[in-house]
Design a protein around this ligand. Structure first.
Ligand SMILES: Cc1ncc(COP(=O)(O)O)c(C=O)c1O
Length: 353
């Protein structure tokens, strides 16, 4: 009998499953989440709203009412929005929809892992363009790749995960103009950068914007948005599963819009903490941190990353380590509460100073 693995598609069999650190940690600074829980008053309100969900019925297909509300929020037409089970799902739907034999995607590296994974799962070849010395897009190389390989999709994380900075907007726009395929500007960290390509949707029908509520305090609810040309969204909806957004998440997404101010108060606090954390981190001898527009900081410490990582782990603090041959190695730390950041800094100092 043939072994089952041999029946699996090569692109899938050759991959390792995306690993998410499950080491129990006291302080989680590895996944770019909001460190603040929902204030108790809002939590009670949200649970009351969830209690009224009729669990014996399917959720509203296509999240129609939500799309209407978010269309207003984003200032676009309803038929330009697809709501996904996290933006991860929107990435997967886009990849499935655009996949053709021999198709490619283009990504700068390092960047968010799911672009590559979703692309490989759909049979694409992945073209990589290492970031330049400043951590920005290597525009000439990428323009050349657009001309020669005509990638079906180019993914740009804006700000870039894991390096943290927004790419120069004029370079992003040059890529949109030069691209024969779709260009995704993934604004998962918009609430910390304040920079967006949303207004450019009017100008470029190949531009797709991604947003998420995961980084502003609702990571557990898995709510992501894809915003693009109606003609494209119509096709994506053929691939999207009919009930992809569960009813509780739909309630949470509507709740976010009603109470956005409270969520934004938290993101303001995170941005303030980010500046303090950055200043303290940069004052430690041997630490080199990349400028950031997100809720995390990428830094390296001259070959001592592993010592730092292990020391943090021993103290119950989880961060994310990057060590891919040929790519930037370093540590990405999520901005936590003032207390969490203080603990983190104390341990980094104890190793390096
Ligand atoms: C750049 C980027 N895009 C998308 C996501 C996924 O977000 P979601 O939780 O909405 O699936 C992440 C999560 O870390 C991310 O860093």
């Amino acid at each position: 009998m043939k072994n089952v693995q041999s029946l699996v598609r090569e692109e899938v069999a050759n991959q390792k499953a995306y690993s998410i650190e499950d080491t129990p940690a006291r302080v989680k600074l590895d996944a770019n989440e909001n460190p603040y829980p929902l204030p108790p008053r809002l939590r009670s309100k949200l649970s009351a709203a969830m209690r009224s969900v009729e669990l014996h019925h399917y959720p509203e297909p296509g999240s129609t009412s939500l799309r209407r509300a978010y269309a207003k929020h984003f200032g676009v037409d309803e038929d330009m929005i697809l709501i996904g089970n996290g933006s991860d799902e929107a990435i997967a739907i886009l990849c499935t929809t655009m996949a053709r034999p021999g198709a490619t995607i283009l990504i700068p590296v390092p960047t968010f892992a799911m672009y590559r994974i979703s692309a490989l799962n759909n049979g694409y070849r992945v073209l990589e363009a290492p970031l330049d010395e400043q951590g920005d897009l290597d525009i000439e190389v990428m323009e050349q790749q657009l001309r020669t390989d005509k990638p079906a999709i180019t993914f740009l994380s804006y700000p870039n995960n894991p390096t943290g900075g927004c790419f120069r907007a004029d370079r992003v726009e040059r890529l949109i103009k030069a691209s024969p395929g779709v260009v995704v500007v993934d604004e998962a960290y918009f609430h910390f950068s304040g920079r967006t390509f949303l207004p450019k949707l009017k100008q470029y029908d190949r531009l797709v914007i991604l947003r998420t509520l995961s980084k502003v305090g609702l990571a557990a609810m898995r709510i992501g948005f894809l915003i693009g040309a109606p003609e494209l969204v119509r096709e994506l909806n053929k691939v999207r599963l009919p009930y992809n957004m569960n009813a509780l998440s739909q309630v949470a997404a509507a709740f976010y819009l009603e109470h956005e101010t409270a969520f934004l108060e938290q993101t303001t606090r995170i941005r303030q903490e980010r500046e303090r954390l950055m200043r303290s981190l940069c004052s430690i001898r041997g630490v080199q941190a990349c400028p950031t527009d997100a809720n995390f900081i990428f830094f390296c410490c001259k070959f001592r990353e592993d010592d730092v990582y292990q020391a943090l782990l021993r103290e119950g603090i989880l961060v994310k380590k990057f060590s891919r041959p040929g790519a930037a190695s370093g540590i990405r730390v999520t901005v936590g509460t003032r207390k969490e950041n203080g603990e983190f800094l104390r341990i980094v100092r104890s190793v390096l100073v």
